[in-house]
Structure formats: structure tokens, C-alpha cells
Ligand binder design. Sequence first.
Ligand code: GLU
Length: 484
Amino acid sequence: MSVRLRFAPSPTGWLHIGGLRTALFNYLYAKKMGGEFILRIEDTDRTRYVEGAIENLLDALKWSGIENDEGPKIIDGELKEVGDYGPYIQSNRLPLYKKYVDELIEKGAAYYCFCDKERLDSIRAQREAKGLIPRYDGFCRSIPLEEAKKRVEAGEPYVVRLKLNKHEDVKFHDLVRGDITINTDDMDDQVLLKSDGFPTYHMAVVVDDHLMGVTHIVRGEEWLPSTPKHVLLYKALGWETPTYVHLPTVLNKSRKKLSKREGDVAVGDFRKAGYLPDALINFLALIGWSPDTTEEIMNMDTMIKEFSFERVSKTGGIFDLDKLNWMNAHYIRNKENSELLDLAIPFMEEEIGLAKEEILANREYYEIMMEAVKEDCDTLRVLANKCKMFTEDEITYDEDTKEWLESEDLPKLKDGIKELLQDREMDLEYAGEFMKLLKEKTGVKGKALFMPVRSLLTGKAKGPDFVHVLYLLGKDKIEKRIEA
Ligand code: GLU
């Protein structure tokens, strides 16, 4: 049987980096097994709904290179649903849930509860005063079904709750955590249908995973306490339980849950900061999973090939920004210049104020600029800023260029450059010979030649090679910088 996996986010804000990791692991396994990857939107909690969150989510997934086979997609600028198991947005599936809630009630696996807020608050307060976890006391369990139905018909507000058996061991297997047993005495009569007629997450997730033929449920470990409730629902409805995998939480360096307070956590923030999607995905794959090789740099195809749940760890994975920067620098350095330029354009527009049209009209020139600056850039933003050494009319001089700018050879070198500039246009070929010619002309060589010229032209003591510096600056800028 072919596998079917799903990523089921709630549209309550921007896609979190931990959410993207969950989507990725679902995707990798689905693709490895030749199965389907489904996107389902869990929007039954209307109070937490955020306008635009679905579009943002789709955009973030698309950018990351994780494409869903089924579920909502943006096609020709419009939100559409693809696949035979729809609708994939839960708020469009309400009648379905109601049907199964009714079935559970008829089977005696669920019951109507009419307790009002005041009563629930007071039970909670009583339990809290005793230092106990808030839990419903089962007051409405004993209402005969016929009586309850009459009250519902009469218009009395109600919820529907799961009717737990007492002292029952609920067992399930998790591919990462092994066998897990929880006793119903440690569980609550979970609300399944809310007073607004919407199902709770627990009810909707079980119905949808079953109806959508989901074979593996791969999600963050924060959902582990919910799983026994789901297992009981599958049992009550006479359905086969899927395979469970709970992923370790993404932690910060002090081993706490990654939170907004410590910086960026939304996928969009990383995109804006200038991380490449392939670098971010490669980095995230290694949080909580390790391949059976020592090679850490992997493209999506390799990750799909190597992926397995056996190598997912039980303990939290650390989000190490230094490692992400290292990896991003690696991906930037290894990108083809043409592709790198396309990725860098938005950042060059923002950082340097260059227009996209201007860059595209001089593509070849800017591709060579990419070649010149792509070493040692943690982000595309850093890369764009490095381009300023070629694009700005005025440059600032780093502290460590001072000694070279005071060199006694400098006047001689300046004159030599000026003379050589008169001879020919500064094309790549001339740029390639230029320093040799300057050496012959001035008799200055080695460090005494390179360091003052580099400092003078770029404001830096280290940087791109001279062929690129000379070519990219061109005659005019070189002359201006000599005069400055
Ligand atoms: N809607 C849940 C979330 O927001 C999905 C949990 C699950 O995968 O079952 O993460």
C-alpha cells in the first residue's frame, strides 16, 4: 500500500521554523516511499484564525521547495484545492464531523454536556485549590440520552465530550519513541464538538486523517499527550489507527523551545534575512535527524534517498545559527553565478538601491560581480553589501588599510595606474594582465604592490582577486578612487 502523509498546520500566524521542519520530514518520507504528501488546513479554532495566514503558508512552502501533492495550492494567482479527498480546509468539512460525533453518541462513546461556564470555572477552581490539574468531573455523563436529546432540541447550549472508560490502559506505538501506555484515569473527557458547532482539533484530526487515508502521522512531540485520545476515537469509530511518529522539539542553544523573543522564528524572517531555501532545508533536516553518512551537505533528492525514522532522535534538536550561517555560506559559494544573481537581486535593490532592470540589462557584468563576492557570505544580504565596493562612488577605508595607504610607493603606483589606464579599455583580458604590467612599470612587487593598490581601490585589505576588482570597477571608478 502506498503511504500518505500530511502536514496539518493551523492558520494562526506565520509558518514557524519548527513547522517547516515537520512539513519537511513528512515530505521526505512520503517521497522516499513514492507516496503522497498532503497539506490540510486545520482552521476549526476560529478565535485564533489570522487573515492571510493560508497564503503565507503556501508561499513559504513553495519557497522552501516542499510541494504538496494534494490540498490547497495557489494556481494562476488563485487559491484552489487539488486532490480526490477534499475539501482540505477543515472549515469546509463541518457536516462530516457532525455525522461522526452523532455516531459516537449513539454508540455511547460520547455524551452531551450542558455544564455552563460558571460551573466549569468552579470545578476548575476547586481542583486548582487542591493542586490538581483542571479536569471535567463527569457531571453530565449520567444524563439519559433521550433526555439529553430533548434538551438539545429545546435549544439548550451544549458541547459533546468523549466518554472515557475508567482505569483503561490506552496503548500505541511510536516509531521514534516505542511503545507508549497511558491510563484513562490520567485523561480528561475531551470536548469533541464545541458549542459553536465546530469540532475540536481532536475530533477533526481523527476524522480527516481517516477519511484522507493518512497512513503515517508525523508531528511535533507537543502533540504526544493528545494521541491517546485520538487512539480511543479510532477505536470507538471502528477504524484502524495510523502509524505515529512524534518529532523532537526544535530547541535553542540553551535547550529551551525556540521562541520569538530570541529572534526570528518565522520562515519568512529567514527568507528576508537572505538565507537560501536549499540551505535552510538542509539545515532543518539535520535538526533531529542524522543521515547514515558523515556528509552533511545534501540536496533534497539526497535527503529523500537517505531519510528514515530510525535515525530520528528522541531528544530535542538544537537550532544552531552559526551552523546555519556556515551552511548558507556554503550554498552561496557553490551557486552558479547566474542563479545567484537572480537570488541576490531583491537584496541588491534593497541594500544598494540598484534597480532590477538596470541589473538585468547588464547581466554579464553583474554575474562576474557575483563571482567576485560570493566567498564568505553568511547571507544574501551580506553578499549584496559586499557589492557596494564596486557600485558606490565613495568608499570608506577599513582601519587595516591605513598602513598601506601611507606607503611611500603609493604616488608611484598611482601614476603607473593612470598611465596604464590610458592605453586600453578595461576588459577582462586587460584586467588579467594589469598588475603584471604595473609591476613592470613601477618596479614595485609582492605585498608592497598588491596591498596599497587593493586598499586604495576597495577600501579593504582583503577581498576579491584583482582581475575582478579592476574589471568591475572599470576605468572611471579606478580613476576616481585614485584621486579621492
Ligand atoms: N493543527 C495542528 C497544528 O497546528 C496539527 C497537529 C497534528 O499534526 O496533528 O500543529
